[in-house]
Ligand binder design. Structure first.
Ligand code: ATP
Length: 276
């Protein structure tokens, strides 16, 4: 299998920038980060949407506290759901979770293509795509189907997560998609009773790795029970506690990403990958 870059990727009508949020391994907080970044863009006054392409574990319906099925418009198009000013589409709205779990590669690709092309996204400044963890079919499909303005990599500081993140970085670089930067999630734990800070998964690993590879380090988000609780309750911090420290951290990272994509720092011609 060989990945070859061409310049034929078609954009999504009305959508100015598409960014992918990826991680090398599962459970590092990629979905939580994607959700709060999309809300961060909205908090900046941008028109934002999120596409949950994590076919094997769609989390955005829970994170946004959304249920039900998207409305169909006309014979083919679906209307995205909307919450906290962000348009949301997830495979979780369309199929039972257990069904998607057994899908093979081609079905995954077809579902993602449909969510990109047959959803009435309308005018958006930025569409955030929450990718499944790893470097497989779904990530390649994304690169094949849309001109990504860039990719953001989420990692914990732990060695194991970083090794996997490295693979993700290498994959995007190989297909010529700009890496907008690395975010270190679950960076350290601040005890809510005594305020003692413990670096449970270590600290600073993602920053070091970013520096080593010459890619931007976007910032860190601590391991905090509030982030876990608000995520589980469908009340993400950026929407429900906009003045809190975590919301400010997410918005700051969203600002850095927006600055890179809107000023063209990260706007190399978008490639299309042809698998041979
Ligand atoms: N900074 C954080 N502090 C506390 N809990 C967090 C933080 N980030 C994520 N979590 C929690 O960790 C769990 C995994 O997060 P999430 O689902 O976002 O990870 P993921 O990388 O998208 O996982 P997967 O790839 O398996 O879908 C969730 O319960 C989430 O609430």
């Amino acid at each position: 299998m060989q990945a070859r870059a061409t310049s034929k990727a078609a954009g999504i009508p009305g959508v100015k920038h598409v960014i992918a949020v990826a991680s090398g391994k599962g459970g590092v907080g990629k979905s939580t980060t994607s959700c709060n970044l999309a809300l961060g863009f909205a908090a900046m006054g941008l028109k934002a949407g999120i596409l949950d392409a994590d076919i094997y574990g769609p989390s955005q319906p829970r994170l946004f506290g959304l249920r039900g099925k998207p409305r169909q418009i006309g014979p083919r198009m679906l209307e995205p759901m909307e919450r906290f000013g962000v348009k949301v589409m997830s495979i979780g709205f369309l199929v039972e979770e257990d069904n998607a779990m057994i899908w093979r590669g081609a079905m995954v690709i077809s579902a993602i293509t449909q969510m990109l092309r047959e959803v009435a996204w309308g005018d958006l400044d930025v569409l955030v795509i929450d990718l499944p963890p790893g470097t497989g079919d779904a990530q390649l499909t994304m690169a094949q189907q849309v001109p990504l303005s860039g990719a953001v990599i989420v990692s914990t500081p732990q060695d194991l997560a970083l090794i996997d993140a490295r693979r993700g970085i290498a994959m995007f670089q190989k297909v010529n998609i700009p890496i907008l930067g690395v975010i270190e999630n679950m960076s350290s734990f601040c005890c809510p009773t005594c305020n003692h800070v413990t670096p449970i998964f270590g600290h600073g690993g993602a920053r070091l790795e970013a520096e080593r590879r010459g890619i931007p380090y976007l910032g860190e988000i601590p391991l905090d029970i509030k982030i876990r609780e608000t995520s589980d309750e469908g009340r993400p911090v950026v929407a429900t506690e906009p003045d809190g420290v975590h919301a400010r951290q997410f918005v700051e990272i969203a600002r850095a990403i927006w600055s890179a994509i809107s000023t063209g720092v990260a706007s190399r011609p978008a490639p299309r990958i042809v698998i041979e």
